[in-house]
Design a protein around this ligand. Structure first.
Ligand code: NAD
Length: 320
C-alpha cells in the first residue's frame, strides 16, 4: 500500500527513523509540500500523513485516499467533514508534548526572571572581568516563590504547569470551563477570568483557540491586570491581540512576555511583537524535544496500525 508523508521535516529532520511506517507499506516522505503540488504528490497513494499541509474536499474528490493521519494534535488543516462524507477516517495525536510544553513555559519564565542568556553573553564580553564588585546584574532579578500564577485553560498542559508552579512555591489560580475539585488545595484554586486577570503576577495560556478564546488577551483584559504582569503563551498565537500586547509591553504595563506561538507562522516581518520591549519569542518549538517527537511518531504508527486492523483509534471525524 502506497503511503505519503506530505511534510515530514519538522517531525523528523533526520534524528528519528521512519522505519516503523516503512514496514507498513511503500512510503514516500516529502520534507514539505506547497499547496499547489498536494494532488500530484499524493498521486494514487491511499494513506496520507500531513502535519500542516491543508487537505481539502477537492483533494478527497480527486484522489484514492482511504486514511489521513494528522501528525499533530490540531487537525483544522483537514476538511474533516468532507472526509467523513466519503467515509475516510482522519486521526490525530491527542497528547504527546504535555511535559515539554509545560517545561517551555518555565524556560521562558526563568529567562525573564534571570536573563541567563544575556548575563552569559555579558560575562563572555568581559563585563565581569572588568567589574568593580564581585557580581553584577543587568536586569531586575525575580523570585517566583510567593507569586501568583494564573493559568487559563487547566487541562493537561495547564495542570502540569500548575504543578511545577506550586513546586516553585507559587500560588496557582486557574480559569477553565471545567472544574476538577480534586485538584484544589491551599496553593491551587479555580477563579473567574476577571479575578485571575486582577490577581496574577504571571499569566500562562493553555486553552484551545476557539471563538470565545480568540483575542482573550487584549487591551481591555490587559487593563484589568496588575502593573508589571508577565504573560506566557505556548498555546496559540491568536489568543492574544498582538498589537495590544506590544503596546502594553512598550509602556511597561506588561513587564515581559514569553511567546512560542504567533497569529501567523512563520512570524511576519511586520508582527508588532518583534519590535516590542522585553519579549522573548521562540519559533513554535515547545512540542519539539526529540522525546516528544518520537512519542508523536510512535502514536502515528499505532494509529495507522489500528486502522489497518479494522479498529481505528484517535479518529477525529467518527464515522458511524
Ligand atoms: P487540553 O484539552 O488537555 O486542555 C485544554 C483545557 O482548556 C481544557 O481543560 C478545557 O476545558 C479548557 N478550555 C476549553 N475552552 C475553554 C475556554 N473557553 N476557556 C477556558 N478554558 C477552556 O489541551 P492541552 O493538551 O493542555 O493543550 C492545550 C493547548 O496547548 C492546545 O490547545 C494547543 O493549542 C497548545 N499546544 C501547543 C504546543 C506547542 O508546541 N506550543 C504543543 C501542544 C499543544
Amino acid at each position: 500500500m502506497k503511503m505519503v508523508i506530505l511534510d515530514g521535516y519538522t517531525l523528523n529532520p533526520g534524528d528519528l527513523s521512519w522505519e516503523g511506517l516503512e514496514r507498513m507499506g511503500t512510503l514516500t516522505v516529502y520534507d514539505r509540500t506547497p499547496s499547489d503540488r498536494v494532488m500530484e504528490r499524493i498521486g494514487d497513494a491511499k494513506i496520507i500523513f500531513t502535519n500542516k499541509v491543508p487537505i481539502t474536499a477537492e483533494t478527497f474528490d480527486k484522489t484514492n485516499i482511504i486514511y489521513v493521519g494528522v501528525l499533530a494534535t490540531g487537525y483544522d488543516i483537514v476538511d474533516v467533514e468532507a472526509a467523513k462524507e466519503k467515509g475516510i477516517p482522519v486521526t490525530n495525536i491527542p497528547t504527546y508534548a504535555t511535559n515539554s510544553v509545560a517545561q517551555m513555559v518555565f524556560a521562558h519564565l526563568l529567562e525573564i526572571c534571570h536573563h541567563v542568556y544575556s548575563h552569559n553573553e555579558s560575562v563572555k564580553e568581559g563585563t565581569w572581568t572588568k567589574n568593580h564588585d564581585w557580581c553584577f546584574w543587568n536586569y531586575p532579578l525575580i523570585e517566583l516563590a510567593g507569586k501568583t500564577m494564573g493559568v487559563i485553560g487547566y487541562g493537561r498542559i495547564g495542570q502540569t504547569v500548575g504543578r511545577i508552579a506550586q513546586a516553585f512555591g507559587m500560588k496557582v489560580i486557574a480559569y477553565d470551563s471545567y472544574h476538577d475539585r480534586n485538584l484544589e488545595r491551599e496553593t491551587m484554586r479555580y477563579a473567574e477570568l476577571d479575578e485571575l486577570f486582577k490577581e496574577s503576577d504571571v499569566i500562562s495560556l493553555h486553552c484551545p483557540l476557539l471563538d470565545d478564546t480568540k483575542g482573550i488577551i487584549n487591551k481591555s483584559s490587559i487593563g484589568k491586570m496588575k502593573n508589571g504582569v508577565i504573560i506566557i503563551n505556548t498555546s496559540r498565537g491568536s489568543l492574544i491581540v498582538e498589537e495590544d500586547l506590544a503596546d502594553a509591553l512598550n509602556i511597561g504595563k506588561v513587564y515581559a512576555a514569553g511567546i512560542d506561538v504567533v497569529s501567523i507562522e512563520p512570524i511576519a516581518a511586520n508582527n508588532p511583537l518583534l519590535q516590542a520591549k522585553n519579549i522573548f519569542i521562540t519559533p513554535h518549538i515547545a512540542w519539539a524535544p526529540i522525546e516528544s517527537r518520537a512519542r508523536l511518531l510512535e502514536m502515528a504508527i499505532n494509529n495507522l496500525a489500528a486502522f489497518l486492523k479494522g479498529s481505528p483509534i484517535n479518529v477525529v471525524n467518527k464515522i458511524v
